[in-house]
Structures are given as structure tokens and as C-alpha cells.
Design a binder for this molecule. Sequence first.
Ligand SMILES: [Zn+2]
Length: 246
Amino acid sequence: MTKNEPAIKSEWENDEVKVIIPYSAAGISNTVVLYSKFTGKMMLLDVGDGSTRDLLDLYGDKIVNEVDVIAISHGHFDHMGGLYTLLGYMRMMGRSLPLNILIPKGCKEVEEIVSFFRSNYRESLPFDLWFHELFDGSGFDTDFFKTRAFEVKHYGLENVTEDDIFMPALGYRIRIGQTIVAYSGDTRYCESLETGVRDADIAIIEATHDELPETSRRVHLCRDEAIKAGSLAKDYILIHGIPGYQ
Ligand SMILES: [Zn+2]
């Protein structure tokens, strides 16, 4: 495959990193796994419904402690609907290592779940659980994954005004060793998307629409836009199609 061909696939790897997309569909569920081959650690980009089941199929009980950090792109249910189950599973299985969850500043959906776990299971939660609010240009580093956030423009149904305003939404650019992985989250085409994915070794980009929809309220990328952004990186994967329309 050349870098200009539409890249609908679910895996990518080099010497350091394996990227696996166990499931991705708009309005259903999205989860991306970054697996560090040298350390065995994992980073999750979004955790949609079914993510615990899918991760167990791939990695078994390693997910209890080897998931090092989770980055949520925005609060829509198809990107964070599996978080409650994953935290519940980690608690039940006795995770011992701290877990950091990165969210866009103001992402109440995830804040509420994390806060609930911390307050309701104060006595029985066997690991430290934190969320960190990121914004355009801010970052968070663990020993294994160095993450920088870039703001994207995602219009959500939560906006009931006539104004063209966006929900808290981020893309992420992650360094693992010498490898750079970029993730668009959900967004309309914007300059910060181009900056965020440029020259990455692999860009994972949403391509919800086959064709440009006829509306001024742009919520997602269409396929041509996703390919244009992806082509700024060294390689790319398109995700987040509408089920039944691919
Ligand atoms: Zn969304």
C-alpha cells in the first residue's frame, strides 16, 4: 500500500510500536490500542463500548496492570462508553499500578465517572486513579508514553444554540521511543489537525462520511479530507466509518 491509498485497516506496526484498532464505528464504539513492544505497556485512545471484551481477547489479563495511560478525545458515548466497565474490571481484578486518564478540559462525562469511582469505592479501589485536563499544546508524560494534546473542532448535539461552537475535544500526538503516533479524535477539517498529524509515523484519522455532507455545521471529516490530513503523516489509518456505509 502506498501512503496515498485510502487506508482502511486495523493494524500498523514498526520495530517499537504496534497499533491495533479492535473496533471503530461512528455512533457505536471506538478504541485504539498503542502497544509498546519494548516495555509491554499499552496506551488506549478512547474506550468505547465493548473495549474491555475486545482488549481481553487481544491481551488477556495483561490489561489489568499493563494499560499505562488512557486518553479520551471527547465525551461522546462512542468514545468513552466503555470506561466504566474497564475501571470496574481493573478494580475487581486488583490492579495495583496508578492509572492516569487524559481528558479535554471540561469533559464532564469522564470527570463524573472517574470521580464516582474515587468517591464511591474509596475504601476498595486498589489503585490510584487520576484524570488530567489537557488543552491545546499541553501534555502529560509517563515513563512509556509522552503525550501532547492539540485542540480539534468537534460540533456536538449538546449545543442547542444557533451558534457554531464546539464541545471540549482533543487530538493527541504521542511519542513512544522514537515513534510518533497521531490521533485525530472527532473533528471537522482544521489547521490544528494538520499541525497535529504532520510528519507522524502513523496518523489515525476519523473518516466518518464517504462524501462531504451538505450542511454548514460540519461535525466530522469526510473521506477525502481524512486522506488529505493523513497524507501529511508518513502513513495513516482511517477509522470511525458509519456502520453499513463502507
Ligand atoms: Zn463525537
